[in-house]
Design a protein. Structure first.
Lengths: 95, 192
């Protein structure tokens, strides 16, 4: 068909404009390496912050577990938390 | 492409913090990415920015590269996906007519019909403008597909491997694109 031939002819004429570059243009390497360096530094910083946040949350978790266990063992005789204190104050007989 | 480099050794050096390795990798990958970007992106978009973006993506995903295929293939796929994403965001022109062409483009339209090919650089640019205008009536994926087949002469299986589409899907798409292209060229031919 003549439309196909026309399309192919146009493509054939424009072919050189589709060829890629073999070497980076002036300044491209410097800019790209600088950006790469910045992004790597940011990535390392994010990883460091993430690790610190993780360690901090682990510490908080550990602390809360310790607190819970301590309370559990100190109030073991309680009927309910705080009840021991109430019994002592009101002198209630528990048998 | 420049001299082949020892990719695994280069990657190892980059992991160890050697910046020269990054430079070697960029020089090696630049022609591969440039070729894809030039083919799959309209000329008015900033090529250099996109090449840089693809390189950044490459470096940030280096841990995903297993080394079972050549690095240039892996990067080609990444570059093509990035270009297609960019093309998807672009508007598709509903149609193109004789009145939409510049005087130079109308001359080129007739000259292409008569001569078929030329070695003149100016003509190549005029023809490219016209090709870009016609391609702007296609979706991004269709535009890339027709160029891979008609300009690069890539095999359907090769395109399937690169894009992840099935061969039958590619064939159906090509048929539809060719019909659309014929209609567009016919539209232009109907000059006032």
């Amino acid at each position: 068909m003549k439309e196909d031939e026309k399309w192919q002819a146009l493509l054939a004429i424009s072919t050189p404009t589709f060829a890629g570059e073999t070497t980076p243009p002036y300044g491209f390497m410097t800019r790209t390496l600088a950006r790469l360096k910045t992004e790597k530094r940011q990535q390392e910083l994010i990883e460091k912050i993430g690790l610190r946040a993780f360690l901090a949350s682990l510490a908080v978790l550990g602390l809360s577990i310790c607190l819970t266990l301590c309370l559990h063992f100190t109030n073991q005789g309680d009927l309910e938390p705080g009840m021991n204190g109430f019994i002592q104050v009101e002198n209630v007989q528990v048998s | 492409m420049d001299q082949p480099i020892d990719v695994p050794a280069c990657l190892q050096r980059w992991k160890e913090g050697d910046e020269n390795a990054a430079e070697e990798l960029i020089r090696y990958l630049y022609p591969v990415i440039s070729k894809i970007v030039r083919l799959h992106l309209p000329r008015r978009d900033d090529e250099e920015d996109l090449i840089q973006e693809i390189l950044m993506k490459t470096f940030s995903r280096l841990h995903q590269y297993k080394g079972d295929a050549p690095m240039s293939h892996w990067v080609s796929r990444l570059a093509l996906t990035t270009c297609l994403d960019r093309l998807r965001a672009q508007k598709v022109r509903p149609e193109i007519r004789w009145a939409d062409l510049t005087p130079e483009e109308t001359t080129m339209f007739d000259a292409a019909w008569l001569s078929g090919s030329t070695k003149d650089a100016g003509d190549a640019i005029q023809a490219r403008d016209l090709v870009d205008k016609i391609l702007s009536t296609l979706s991004g994926e269709d535009r890339s597909l027709i160029l891979m087949v008609d300009l690069e002469g890539q095999a359907l299986q090769e395109i399937a491997d690169l894009t992840g589409w099935s061969v039958s899907k590619i064939k159906m798409r090509l048929f539809r694109i060719r019909t659309q292209l014929r209609k567009m060229i016919d539209n232009i031919e109907e000059r006032p």
